[in-house]
Ligand binder design. Structure first.
Ligand SMILES: NC(=O)c1ccc[n+]([C@@H]2O[C@H](COP(=O)([O-])OP(=O)(O)OC[C@H]3O[C@@H](n4cnc5c(N)ncnc54)[C@H](OP(=O)(O)O)[C@@H]3O)[C@@H](O)[C@H]2O)c1
Length: 254
């Protein structure tokens, strides 16, 4: 078991801290946000709340979970040590900047957790390698090492499929409930429909998504009507353009 610390105890640190404590690790979290830190500590004696430097001092593995605009004010004031493993989850904070502020620590990984990772099933893109993430989270989540920092940013951009998909699902659920008059059942139906379908897909390889789509959307079917409707509205181009714009913004931050 490891001593794992978190600088920045917010939305994304909390599920990771809970997962690690549940798995038996000794976890310390910084006292910002105070309320989230107190709630975590109240849940298990394996989570301790400390000041930023005390978290650094106590940790063999240290997760940096600050907002990118806050990180430059906080990290240079901390003393890291050689041999310490650092994991940054911060979108748009470059590897060069991390190496600068964390010196002499130079074992730095970058990843993109999503909150549901505490329940397992989350893909964790990792750069430059995923060894520490595999050791901590690999039993229930899928660590996916990527080839470059640019590729990590591209995976960050792809994560925004989640709000995009939620928007599409909310639109479909609204369409359904306007006709059935039952908003709860409409949302339950749409959510279970997509969740159950994706869970049943299991392992995927390149090309699986279009194979599955084409198996459903054969000529003359109402599934095909859906694909043709989206194509007619240029939805693929809109999605591609939006991913490009998000990626450009992330690269501009780094
Ligand atoms: N949310 C996600 O799903 C997600 C996913 C992947 C990556 N990320 C990345 O994770 C990072 C954090 O995102 P988040 O959504 O968790 O943001 P967040 O909820 O705002 O968490 C940031 C935390 O940093 C704390 N903080 C502010 N100043 C501090 C200081 N001087 N010392 C220590 N802590 C301080 C904040 O405390 P106060 O509330 O007291 O200010 C807050 O608890 C971002 O860089 C983001 O790109 C987030």
């Amino acid at each position: 078991m490891s001593r794992v610390g978190f600088i920045g105890t917010g939305h994304i640190a909390a599920p990771m801290a809970r997962a690690l404590a549940r798995d038996g690790h000794e976890v310390s979290v910084s006292d910002r946000n105070a309320q989230i830190a107190a709630e975590l500590a109240a849940q298990t004696p394996r989570i301790t709340v400390l000041g930023n430097q005390a978290v650094v001092d106590r940790s063999d593995i240290l997760f940096l979970c600050l907002r990118p605009d806050v990180a430059p004010d906080v990290l240079p004031g901390l003393e890291f040590r050689a041999g310490q493993q650092i994991v940054s989850v911060m979108a748009g904070v470059s590897r060069a900047d991390l190496l600068g502020v964390c010196a002499p620590a130079d074992a730095i990984s970058q990843t993109i957790p999503i909150g549901f990772m505490e329940h397992g099933g989350c893909p964790l893109a990792a750069y430059p390698d995923g060894a520490v993430l595999e050791a901590l989270f690999g039993q229930t989540n899928t660590v996916i090492p990527v080839a470059s920092e640019a590729a990590l940013n591209q995976h960050f951009a792809a994560c925004k499929l989640i709000p995009g998909m939620l928007d599409m699902m909310a639109t479909a659920s609204g369409w359904l409930s306007e006709r059935t008059g039952d908003a709860r059942k409409a949302e339950l139906f749409v959510t279970r429909l997509l969740g159950g379908y994706l869970a049943a897909l299991g392992d995927v390889e390149a090309g699986r998504l279009t194979t599955e789509r084409d198996a459903l959307a054969t000529p003359g079917t109402i599934s095909r009507m859906m694909i043709e409707g989206l194509e007619g509205g240029d939805m693929r181009q809109v999605l591609t353009d939006t991913l490009n714009r998000i990626n450009t913004r992330l690269e501009g931050m780094a």
